[in-house]
Design a protein around this ligand. Structure first.
Ligand code: 1HN
Length: 345
């Protein structure tokens, strides 16, 4: 039953003044704003950032602002529902496109929010996390979990660009966001864990030697392997869509506490209509072309584009050619809070 609740205006002015002076306010005129019936009313609006539009702006940033004056040379992808400058692409997900030029380094720091990089363009870039040097190749997913020191470097000859996804909005909301700076890290002279300890899915370093699993045992997920896994899955599963979640190879849990990542392949001509989900999402196109309808917005996407969907969005993906997309979402956070939900369309 939905009764009409009383408004502020129907209360006498002297009472309203006395409440304001006492630092209180009546709940009932505001109740529906924070507890709408049936489903949330997201502020987030679908966004679409074409790489062709972002790239020249990033290059210009490379000319205008030396990395020393930026620390991180990033253009922030602001949710259209919140307006330019908003440090969020959805309620819980921050997105930024970062440029590092040959020979540059981005200084070491550690902070409370967690980040993931999806490599968009270029060769020779790397991230060092807790002394482990992680090469950045196109399509790779590279984790820099909260509390882990990280810096970036570039040994190649062309610009390197990657998409940063962080759970920053959540940490800002909690007034828990802060960083510390430090010197560039000494790098261990050893390939990263994806190339040694976790080279093959289903195999993990023997417990015999005790060492005990690190909280984040594998911090780089090479795209070549993900793509091959998607292609095999779609080939043998039948159907025209394959999805693989990125997981911690020791625990099988999502790779980070709050953010989840799913690699999707849609074969040419595929149409995919996922359920309505309580999680918000950002989609980054690794390759292929098609369109996604998010509520009423039609987003025509191509390689390296990024787009977003608010919570409970009605989403329809259509692929015009074989397409690969990484979906960033906040399901892990919502599951921890005990309310993740899917509804049929
Ligand atoms: C950060 O640490 C990076 O390390 C990039 O590359 C973007 C945005 C907000 C807060 C921290 C990075 C960031 C960030």
């Amino acid at each position: 039953m939905s009764t009409q609740l009383g408004t502020l205006e129907e209360l006498p002015q002297d009472y309203r003044d006395d409440m304001a002076a006492a630092g209180v306010a009546p709940l009932w005129p505001m109740m529906r704003n924070v507890l709408p019936h049936g489903a949330p009313r997201p502020v987030t609006k679908p966004g679409h950032w074409e790489f062709a539009a972002l790239r020249p702006l990033l290059m210009r940033a490379g000319e205008l602002t030396p990395v020393e004056k930026a620390e991180r040379r990033v253009l922030v992808l602001s949710d259209p529902g919140r307006g330019t400058g908003a440090m969020q692409a959805t309620s819980s997900i921050y997105l930024g496109m970062q440029l590092l030029l040959p020979g540059e380094t981005a200084p070491a720091h550690v902070h409370t929010p967690s980040a993931v990089r999806i490599i968009v363009e270029g060769k020779g870039g790397y991230t060092v996390v807790d002394g482990e040097k992680l090469p950045m190749e196109e399509g790779d997913l590279v984790l820099t979990p909260g509390g882990e020191w990280h810096d970036h470097g570039h040994e190649g000859t062309e610009p390197v660009i990657w998409l940063d996804a962080l759970d920053l909005p959540l940490f800002v909301y909690l007034e828990g966001s802060y960083a510390e700076e430090g010197p560039l890290q000494a790098q261990r002279n050893r390939p990263d864990a994806s190339q040694v300890e976790y080279l093959a899915s289903g195999l993990a370093p023997s417990r015999k030697h005790g060492a005990g699993a690190r909280r984040y045992p594998m911090m780089r997920y090479p795209w070549t392997r993900t793509k091959e896994a998607l292609r095999e899955l779609v080939k043998y599963n039948g159907g025209d869509v394959a999805e693989l979640d990125y997981v911690n190879p020791e625990t099988g849990a999502d790779v980070l506490p709050t953010m989840g990542f799913t690699a999707m392949m849609l074969t040419k001509g595929a149409k995919e209509e996922p359920p309505l989900r309580s999680s918000s999402a950002a989609f980054h196109v690794i390759g292929g072309k098609g369109r996604t309808i998010v509520n009423d917005r039609v987003i025509e996407w191509g390689p390296k584009d990024t787009f977003t969907a608010p919570v409970f969005a009605k989403i329809t993906h259509q692929a015009d050619e074989d397409a690969y997309i990484i979906r960033v979402h906040d399901r892990p956070l919502q599951e921890k809070l005990g309310y993740y939900e899917e509804r049929s369309r």
